[in-house]
Design a protein around this ligand. Structure first.
Ligand code: SAT
Ligand code: MN
Length: 586
């Protein structure tokens, strides 16, 4: 068990509330994992995949009503409602505790309560943070074992006096009417009930490493962000690190594992993280990033040797697949994978596949796999001090308006650029897909406090850094009038990344527009890419009429946050508006 009295007492209290048949403290060992896997194979919650092609890989089918995050059932419970802000659902802490404790009462009868000590971040990093998740789901334990550093070493970290975030989770009856994901940032506490899925249940991930951590980061002077981290090594061997924020299911995993096009000889891309970055001002005045996670929980559909070869080679062993389809010879299958659709496919719900019932793999089906297996995993990924960030990139999925890439004029404008990100919704959360919504810094579902305070916190960070990162915005998803993508994306995104690296080094040509610096037509390295000049013009266009309307919407959005919105953001709105107005008048 544990020598930490606070932890021991809490686990005892939770056991008496939830009434499990047994309490198991997870040590994170291989033997423990094997026992859990056996249990799940026996009760049918895991299926073994073909060991010849997918050694030690398993398929899990979740309840069909439990396949994505549930933003409408996710709450931030602060004493003062204003602190949660209009960007969060709010409930008073007393009421939320009452509600959750009633659901938890006796909920683990006949089940095992697993206690998972975990560490977010590399061992021995001053930036890493501990947590303990209590759960009745062996699937959650198996996934947490891949996604975080769980077990004895994490427990020792807590026992040596470090604070920890407490997370309570029960799948309950998987009843969508009795499902809540509650956060109590003032108590460093998470209470989740009624879902076994990803971000709702693996509490180290979005609940701790983003919602609770963003709150802690604000009080302690750092940032917890929904960002991938990658290293771009040029042919001379210099590596530039960038962090990039995109909403869920907008290609973070693909970008993090990018393989440069053939014409980019000598360039290499190194993966540090694909979903979450913790950013700290370092002693030399630069911003340093760690990836708090140890694995990837990526979207399966669309992943192939063409779109993400590094990911495909990561996935062949020791992976858990959730809600993908199954071939007759026991292999995972999804829409967009290299192999053609086989005869006799079983869909994600275990039915014989029938196209009229929807796709074979759920659009938000996922793989869970250790980052250590990724061929592009950076040797710096476990570095206790993190990697120095030269550029921060914001992006969304926008079929119009936003150009392929632009660079903010300075930090304050960069914060505005992040705060005004909009993106079309995806299958990663329950709800309508394809609706444009504001998703500041890709944190709409994940910021654990009032966005207005969050933007103010961002504003304070730049001036604290002698060498702040440059800030960029990208949009891989711009379409033409016929609805076709203008940009090929995937590996070709390297061309945009190279421009960003060159801008960080004070090179590469750009045009100053009201929204920032846009590459001029000769600025991007297009060697070996067949792209027409008018396509390129359409990709890079900043239409003042369209942007005038966009600024209108951004101003309206900021107004939702009332007087708490930082003055610096409103000044950016005014500056851009007046520059656009003079362009329109000219
Ligand atoms: O379900 S998760 O939140 O873990 C994945 C995502 O939506 O980014
Ligand atoms: Mn994510």
């Amino acid at each position: 068990m544990t020598s930490n009295l606070e932890l021991a007492t809490w686990v005892e209290q939770m056991a008496s509330l939830m009434q499990p048949e047994a309490v198991h403290w997870c040590d994170g060992s291989e033997a423990e994992n094997q026992t859990l896997v056996e249990t799940m194979l026996k009760d049918g919650s895991l299926l073994k995949l073909n060991p010849e092609t997918h050694l030690n890989c398993y398929l899990h089918r979740s309840d069909p009503s439990d396949v994505a995050r549930v933003e409408h059932l996710t709450f931030v419970c602060t004493r003062n409602q204003e602190d949660a802000g209009p960007n969060n659902n709010w409930m008073a802490p007393e009421e939320a505790h009452r509600k959750m404790d009633a659901l938890y009462a006796g909920c683990m009868r006949g089940r095992v309560m697993y206690v998972i000590p975990y560490l977010m971040g590399p061992y021995d990093s001053p930036y890493s943070r501990a947590g303990v998740e209590i759960t009745d789901s062996p699937y959650v334990v198996a996934n947490m074992r891949i996604m975080a550093r769980i077990g004895t070493r994490a427990l020792r970290h807590i026992e040596s006096g470090n604070s920890f975030v407490r997370g309570l989770h029960s799948v309950g009856e998987l009843d969508p009417e009795r499902r809540f994901i509650m956060h109590f940032p003032e108590e460093l506490l998470i209470k989740s009930f009624g879902s076994g899925y990803g971000g709702n249940a693996l509490l180290g991930k979005k609940c701790h490493a983003l919602r609770i951590a963003s709150w802690q980061a604000r009080t302690e002077g750092w940032l917890a962000e929904h960002m991938l981290i990658l290293g771009l090594e040029d042919p001379a061997g210099n590596t530039t690190y960038v962090a990039a924020a995109f909403p869920s299911a907008c290609g973070k995993t693909n970008l993090a594992m990018l393989v440069p096009p053939a014409a980019f000889k000598g360039w290499k891309v190194w993966t540090v993280g694909d979903d979450i970055a913790w950013l700290h001002p370092g002693p030399d005045g630069r911003l340093y990033a760690i990836n708090p996670e140890a694995g990837f929980f990526g979207v399966a559909p669309g992943t192939s040797m063409k779109t993400n070869p590094n990911c495909m080679s990561t996935l062949g062993r020791n992976a858990i697949y959730t809600n993908v389809a199954l071939t007759p010879d026991g292999k995972p299958w999804w829409e967009g994978i290299d192999d053609p659709e086989p005869e006799g496919l079983t869909d994600w719900q275990g039915r014989s596949f029938d196209r009229s019932q929807g796709p074979a793999a759920h659009p938000n089906s996922r793989f869970t796999v250790s980052a250590q297996q990724c061929p592009s995993y950076s040797v710096e990924a476990n570095s206790p001090g993190g990697v120095p960030i030269s550029a921060i990139i914001f992006g969304g999925r926008r079929s119009s308006v936003a150009p392929l890439v632009y660079e903010a004029l300075d930090w304050a404008h960069g914060v505005f650029t992040g705060a005004s990100v909009a993106s079309e919704t995806t299958a990663a959360a329950v709800g309508q897909v394809g609706q444009v919504r504001r998703d500041p810094m890709a944190m709409k579902p994940f910021c654990g406090y009032n966005f207005a305070d969050y933007w103010a916190h961002w504003n304070t960070l730049g001036p604290r850094l002698a060498h702040p990162p440059k800030v960029f915005h990208v949009n891989w998803f711009r379409k033409d009038a016929e609805g076709r993508y203008l940009w090929p994306g995937f590996g070709e995104n390297m061309r945009v990344l190279k421009w960003i690296v060159e801008r960080c080094a004070g090179e590469a040509a750009a045009l100053r527009t009201p929204i920032g610096h846009v590459p001029d037509l000769s600025g991007l390295d297009l060697a070996g890419l067949d792209i027409r000049r008018n396509t390129l013009e359409a990709l890079l266009a900043v239409d003042p009429t369209v942007w005038h309307r966009e600024m209108e919407e951004i101003a309206q959005y900021f107004a939702e946050f009332g007087a708490r919105v930082p003055e610096a953001l409103l000044q950016q709105v005014e500056r851009i508006r007046s520059e656009l107005a003079s362009q329109l008048a000219a």
